[in-house]
Every structure is written in C-alpha cells, then in structure tokens.
Design a protein around this ligand. Structure first.
Ligand code: NAD
Ligand code: 0WE
Length: 258
C-alpha cells in the first residue's frame, strides 16, 4: 500500500485552496508524510497568513518563505531542512510564472526579459531546488514537477510557457540521469487544465476546460486531488522503477488526434 510515513516532503507552490500543490500536499499528508510548506512572500504578509491558515490542518513541521528568484531564501530554506529534519525525501516543485503580456498575442513578439523571467521562475527553479535538495536526500528521494501539454504542442496563447515547460521536461531527464545513482528519482506530471489562480488569470480557460470535457476519453477534466494521488504514487516506493518520465494526468486528452 501507499505509505509515506517517515518521509519528509517539501511542497512549494501553494497559493490558495485551488492550487494543484494544495491537492498534492493533502494526499501526501493522507499517506503519512511529514510536510514542509513554502510560500511566495509579499510585502504585506498576506500570502503568509493565507497559506498558513490553509495548511494548518496538515500540521506542517516547517513553514518557510521561498521566492525562487531569491537565492538567499532558497539557501535558507534548505539550511533549515538540514538542521530541523536532517534528511529530505520528497521535493514538490509546483510553480510557474510568465508576464501576463507574454501569455497572449504573437509568440514572436516575446521580449528578452519576458523570455528570461518565464524560464528563470518556471524552469531554472527546478534545477536550482534539485541541486540544493541533492545533498539532503541521503536516503534517496523523489523530485516531482508539474508540466502542461503546451510543452509538446502549440497551444494558443501558452506561448513562452510552452518553451519553459519544454525546458522543464528536458531538465527532468537530465536531473534523473544525474541523480539516479543516488536513488533520487525525478519525474513530471503533465496535468490537464484545472481552474486555479494561475489558470483563471488567463483568458479563455473555461472554453478550454469545456473543450477537454467534450474530447478527452474520460469526457471530463481532472481535479487537484487526482493529480495529488498520482503525485503520492510517484513519491512512494510503488513507483520505484520510474524516473525521468512525464506522466499525463489529463483524462486521456493527450492521446487524441481529432
Ligand atoms: P497556482 O497559482 O495555484 O500556483 C502557482 C504557484 O506559483 C503559486 O503558489 C505562486 O505563489 C507560485 N510562484 C510564482 N512565482 C513564484 C516565485 N518567484 N517563487 C516561488 N513561487 C512562485 O496555479 P497552479 O495551476 O496550481 O500551478 C501550479 C503548477 O501547475 C505550475 O507549474 C503550472 O504550470 C502547473 N500546471 C497547471 C495547470 C492548470 O491548468 N492549472 C495545468 C498543468 C500544469
Ligand atoms: O501553466 C499554466 C499557468 C501558467 C501561468 C499563468 C499565469 C497567469 C497570470 C504562468 N504565469 C502567469 N502569469 C500571470 O500573470 N497552466 C498550464 C494553465 C494555463 O495557462 C494558460 C493556459 C493554461 C491551460 C495560458 C494560455 C493558454 C492556456
């Protein structure tokens, strides 16, 4: 059975109760994992308060600010894990960002800074967090990130995020190759569209969800908790032979042609 007792799991990317990371955190908790939660701090401390209240029922033993654009915050996060937990078993990378202007219109008009922002936050952060996690995963481990179909298909308006996710999936393979000898597995879940803070800020997301409901083999979209269940599987010994993969949790949409 799926059992994560005795496992220390760091979960990034919870913004509210619709976040995919929230679905993952709940399922890891259910499977018995000890949780550490990071949040993106803002000046007024609103996010800290909101996320702290949300995750309270999961009794996280660590709750830390971690903006992936801030090297000191990343360093401090992993120093705290080292001193408080001693070892890390699971890292959930569940965050992305591109400037809103770069998620519509002509892809060829993407600016140098817009390109850089999207790839730094959405792609490089996986590499950086994995590098910081590596010395703490002394008993092996599982690293998991979230991707989207726009990495392998041209999806209207996904634009620079498609490039970022293509880089993310390639990073999963290079990290899996490097970390495999240390029994650290690295995988991605490619989730179908779900209404979250990030996706709701995008025009036309409801139409996309409606389209998936009509075309996907299961004739529906997926939920955060379904993604969470696959995440728990990929973080557990049940998936001990799987690394470097992109697993689709999309109600089958990816296989369809017409
Ligand atoms: P969300 O808005 O709930 O989560 C995005 C998170 O990214 C937020 O918690 C935000 O705080 C965090 N973030 C942004 N910039 C950051 C930074 N500089 N440092 C640290 N954290 C930062 O939305 P979500 O849909 O749950 O997105 C989570 C992941 O799932 C993303 O990687 C997204 O690409 C992926 N995904 C989403 C969908 C979807 O349809 N919602 C589908 C497939 C994949
Ligand atoms: O990866 C994502 C969301 C990515 C995202 C969304 C935003 C909106 C608000 C990254 N950065 C921002 N920045 C903002 O300012 N998804 C898979 C959800 C999503 O986003 C899309 C989609 C889908 C699906 C954008 C265009 C088209 C489809």
């Amino acid at each position: 059975m799926l059992n994560l007792t005795g496992k220390n799991a760091l979960v990034t990317g919870i913004a509210n109760n619709r976040s995919i990371a929230w679905g993952i955190a709940q399922q890891l908790h259910k499977a018995g994992a000890n949780l550490g939660i990071t949040y993106l701090p803002d000046e007024r401390g609103k996010m800290e308060k909101k996320v702290a209240e949300l995750v309270e029922p999961l009794n996280p033993s660590l709750f830390l600010p971690c903006d992936v654009q801030n090297d000191e915050q990343i360093q401090s996060t992993f120093e705290t894990i080292g001193s408080q937990w001693g070892k890390l078993d699971i890292l959930i990378h569940c965050l992305a960002f591109a400037n809103k202007d770069d998620l519509s219109g002509d892809f060829s008009q993407t600016s140098r800074t817009g390109f850089s922002t999207a790839l730094q936050i959405s792609t490089y952060s996986l590499v950086q967090l994995s590098g910081a996690a590596k010395p703490l995963m002394t008993e092996g481990g599982s690293i998991l990130t979230l991707s989207y179909l726009g990495s392998i298909r041209a999806i209207p308006n996904y634009n620079i995020m498609g490039v970022a996710k293509a880089g993310l999936e390639a990073s999963v393979r290079y990290l899996a190759a490097e970390l495999g000898p240390q029994n650290i597995r690295v995988n991605a879940i490619s989730a179908g569209p779900i209404r979250t803070l990030a996706s709701s800020a995008v025009g036309g997301i409801l139409d996309m969800i409606h389209h998936v409901e009509q075309v996907a083999p299961l004739r529906r979209t997926v939920t955060q908790l379904e993604v969470g269940n696959t995440a728990a599987f990929l973080c557990s010994d049940l998936s001990s032979g799987i690394t470097g993969q992109v697993i689709y949790v999309d109600a089958g949409y990816e296989i369809m042609g017409m």
